[in-house]
Write a protein that binds this ligand. Sequence first.
Ligand SMILES: [Zn+2]
Ligand SMILES: [Zn+2]
Length: 95
Amino acid sequence: MFVQNCEFCQTTLKADSLPEIKQRGKEHLASNHHESFAELFAEKYAGRRCGNECGYTFPDDVSRVANSAFVCPNCDHDHLNPLVTQYVFWRIKRQ
Ligand SMILES: [Zn+2]
Ligand SMILES: [Zn+2]
């Protein structure tokens, strides 16, 4: 059994397999905590380069990064999926 505690709403997700818990975690976060991830994305990427290595650097201003809504204005790379995948992976526990 794999479990994942959501730190945003105290929900505990459970699944029998690793791919399943990853999928559940991603769906839960994408549909319930989109705004929290927009903040997380802005904090993580302010002043940093696009995750697609296209050469674009996000502005230092966190509010301007938040407005870009996960997408690189230069190459259209969507940062939501990798961010959520990484986040889910950290929080999965085996029971
Ligand atoms: Zn939640
Ligand atoms: Zn880019």
